[in-house]
Design a protein around this ligand. Structure first.
Ligand code: NI
Length: 192
C-alpha cells in the first residue's frame, strides 16, 4: 500500500466534477481504495474522496458508525471503513442542521456547515456489492461532505455564515475555556 499525496484547496482537481466508474471491481479501483484507506488512517481523517488524492473519479471512503436500518448492510472488505463507488444521495428530510466540519484538503480550519439531517445513500463496493443505507446526524454529514467532493464542492462553499470559519486551534482554545456547552459529540476535529 502507498500513502497518497493530499490535494489542498486551490488545486483544480478539487473543484472539477469527478468521473463515473464503469466497473467498480477492477484491480485499479481496488488498489486506489486500499491506498485511500491507508492515507485516511495516516492523516487521521474520517473520510476521503478520490479527488483529494488527485484522482478525478467517483470514489469515497468514510468511517462512520452504523445507523438505523443498516444492521443488515453487507460488510465490506475494508470494514469498519466504507468504500463507495459512484455514490448517490437521496434527501429524506428537508431539515438541515449546522455542524462543525474539517477537511484534509483545508488543513487547520474548521467551519459550521448546514447539512441534511437524514439521507439515504447508495453505491457499489469494490467487490461489486450494492450498498444502500440510511444515515442520520454525523454519519449523514460525512457522506454529504464526501459526495460533495465528487462534484467539486468544498465545505466552505456550503457555509452560509463565514464568521463561523475558524482556525481549529483557536476554536479549541475557546472551547477549553467554556464550560461543557457543546455536548452534541461533534468537535470540529474530524477532517474529511
Ligand atoms: Ni473534505
Amino acid at each position: 500500500m502507498t500513502l497518497l499525496k493530499i490535494a489542498r484547496m486551490g488545486h483544480p482537481v478539487l473543484v472539477n466534477r469527478a468521473e463515473e466508474i464503469p466497473d467498480p471491481t477492477t484491480r485499479e479501483i481496488r488498489s486506489l481504495v486500499e491506498n485511500m484507506v491507508e492515507t485516511m488512517m495516516d492523516a487521521q481523517g474520517v473520510g476521503l474522496a478520490a479527488p483529494q488524492v488527485h484522482i478525478g473519479k467517483r470514489v469515497i471512503i468514510f468511517n462512520a458508525p452504523k445507523g438505523r436500518g443498516e444492521e443488515d448492510a453487507p460488510e465490506t472488505d475494508f470494514a469498519p471503513v466504507t468504500a463507495l463507488i459512484n455514490p448517490v444521495i437521496d434527501i429524506l428530510e428537508e431539515e438541515q442542521e449546522l455542524g462543525w466540519e474539517g477537511c484534509l484538503s483545508i488543513p487547520g480550519l474548521t467551519g459550521a456547515v448546514p447539512r441534511y439531517t437524514r439521507i439515504r445513500y447508495k453505491g457499489m463496493s469494490p467487490t461489486g456489492q450494492s450498498i444502500e443505507r440510511e444515515a442520520t446526524g454525523f454519519h449523514a454529514r460525512v457522506v454529504q461532505h464526501e459526495c460533495d467532493h465528487l462534484d467539486g464542492i468544498l465545505y466552505t462553499m456550503r457555509m452560509t455564515d463565514l464568521s463561523m470559519l475558524s482556525f481549529t486551534d483557536e476554536l479549541q482554545r475557546r472551547a477549553a475555556d467554556a464550560v461543557e456547552e457543546d455536548d452534541d459529540g461533534e468537535d470540529g476535529d474530524d477532517e474529511a
